[in-house]
Every structure is written in structure tokens, then in C-alpha cells.
Design a binder for this molecule. Sequence first.
Ligand SMILES: *Cc1c(COP(=O)(O)O)cnc(C)c1O
Length: 398
Amino acid sequence: MMHIVYMDNNATTKVDPQVVEEMIPYFMESYGNPSSMHILGGQAGIKLKEARVNVAGLIGAQPEEIIFTSCGTESDNTAIWAALKSNPGKKHIVTTRVEHPAIKNLAEYLAKNGYRVTFVPVDRKGRLDMDFFYESLTDDTAVVSVMWANNESGVIFPIEEIAPVLRDRGIVFHSDAVQAVGKLPVNVEKVEVDMLSLSGHKLHAPKGVGALYVRKRTKFSPFLMGGHQEKGRRGGTENVASIIGLGKAAQLALERHEEVNTRVRALRDRLEKELLERIPNSMVNGDQEMRLPNTTSIAFEYVEGEAILLMMNELGICASSGSACTSGSLEPSHVLRAMGVPFTAAHGSIRFSLSTYNTDQEVEFIIKKLPPVISRLREMSPFWADREGLANAVCSVQ
Ligand SMILES: *Cc1c(COP(=O)(O)O)cnc(C)c1O
């Protein structure tokens, strides 16, 4: 069987075997409903409590401040609706142009339904325009939602700088930290966000489980109304096994934090450096300093990202491109467009996102195999032949 080199960890991660092991008893042995007053309910309930302590521990929160959800998207949606419902007089939202669709699409919906939304731009390196950000805040601002780190470029936003300003102004501050948790030292004791989203499947827990941190003093109202679960803040019988998996993954993430920031970072840096050296007309999208340690988005000019992905797939290399091919239009992603990445570079952008499972040999393999792939594609590319004429074409900024 072909060895799979998986470098698409910002899309999802492998579930850690230790996580699976923790989960298994809660399917067929301790399968009670944690609300039930019998032994099987009790077993599930105790372990649920433990998971809450572990998830809280990963981000420096109190266990009562953690609400388990079905995914990062639910956490994001819950946070925004909670802030709006708690501040019914205020009709303005501030977010960024590069948020994940879980925030972006909700914000666009709200902009069409009675709210005013400011989408703060980013510069060519994907960094937030801070002057624009501060100027956009008003007395009518109900909530600010700024992601901790971007899933495509890996660029980290200055959450710790923004948080105290918003606290002083009494504006609810939510951060989508789905990509940051487990890779960066996210700590809500030190950084005063009011709400923060995380997702299990981005840190080696299963898909379909997430958490929303809600600071004690922050007003909250539930998104899913139903039973008394999660202290009435999120109805629905708990996804016990997955929550237990998330708890274990949180523990492992704390233990592996150092490795992500040393060994994995070094692998990413080597991959990036060697590809840039071996492949002409290639460049990194986004700030190389303030960036997640596992992510690199590299533009290979004058080739189609989808073609690169297909050929890498043949070699067993999994990564992702910077275009939204699902739309059928092959438009570059909203993130690369917001950064003003030139048309010819945005189309050939590939994101490699690593994890602790990656090895030196895998990086070696990509360094060896990718340059000839790019050369071959360029030989067939009309853009490459016509590159002089295309050099100045810039993507339209949304
Ligand atoms: C993956 C991701 C989400 C969505 O999380 P799901 O659990 O897949 O719903 C939200 N925000 C960011 C930044 C992400 O990377």
C-alpha cells in the first residue's frame, strides 16, 4: 500500500489512538445518559466532568465556563447569537475579511437582516489593519469576532492587544480559536476574551464535537434550546464518547505543545525553505513571523492549485489548495483575495499543514517529488508561457 503523507491538518486531523481508547468503553459499556440516576448514567457523568476539567485546563478556563457543542461552527454561531441577544439595543458587528465560513457566512446573513457589519481588511501579509479595526468600533457595537489564527495563511492576530480595549469599552469579544488551540499557548486567564471557540477534530479528537468557552461574567443565552444539559446553555443529550475523546485530546495537546513548536515547526520551516529554493516563482502567502508553527501556504505561480493537488494525490501527498473549487468557479479563496495575492499566485497556492505525526522522511519525500511536478505543469500551462503579460494582474479584492 502507498504511504500517505498527510499534510492537511488544518482541515482535520487523525484521531489519536489514545483518544480512541478512552472513548471505546462509552459506546457499549458505560453507555448511560449522563442525566440518568443509575450506575451507567453515573459512569458517563463522572467521565464527562473529567473531560470538562481537561478541556478547561487546556485554555486556562474554569470547568463551568466550558459548554460542549457539536463542532467549531456551532460554537461560533452560538457565540455571535448569544452576544446579539444579550445586547438587543446594539446593531453593529465587527469581524474580519478572512474569517472561517462559520463566522463569515453568519456575518453576511446578519448584514442582510438588520445588522451593520464591518469586515476589517488585512494587508498583503494577511495581517489585520489595526487602525481600521479600532476606528470601526462604536457605541452601537454589540460584538467583535476576530479569529485567533487563520486556517489558510496561518497568520496570528493580536488577540491579546485587542482584548483589554474591548473589555474597557464593554464590547463582547469572541475569538474563533479553532486553529490556535493546541498549537499556541491560548490562555483565557491572560487574554480576556469573553467567548472562544474550539473544535475537536482540529486537535486529534473526533469530528462532531467542539466547545465554547464563555467567561463567567459574560451574559449568555442558548442557541440550542432544549433540556437542562450544560446548565441549560445547550440542550441535547451530550455526545459522551466524543466529549471524552476531546478531553483526552486536550490533555495530549498540552503535553505536545512543546513538540509542535519545536520539531513540527522545524519540519514546516525546512519544507518551506527547500521548496522555495528548488522551485522558481514560488512565494509564501502571509506573514512568516506571526504564524502558526504548523502551516505554510505557498504560491507556485502560473499553475493551477487543483492540478498540483491531483498530481500530489497520485504520489500519496495530501494537502489543500487556496481556491474554492466547490463553487465550480475556481475562484481563489476569500482569504487570498482579501490579502490581495496576485491572480496568478492565488490560483497556484497550496497549503501544507503539519502535525506531530509528520516525519523528516515525509518532508524529504515532498521536497524531492514536488519540484518536477511543478515544472511539468508549467510546461503545459498557457499562463507560464504568457507570464510576462500576466505579472501585473491582481485579484479583485472582495
Ligand atoms: C475548522 C474550522 C472551523 C469549523 O470547525 P468545525 O468543527 O469543522 O465546524 C471554524 N473555524 C476555523 C478557523 C476552522 O479552522
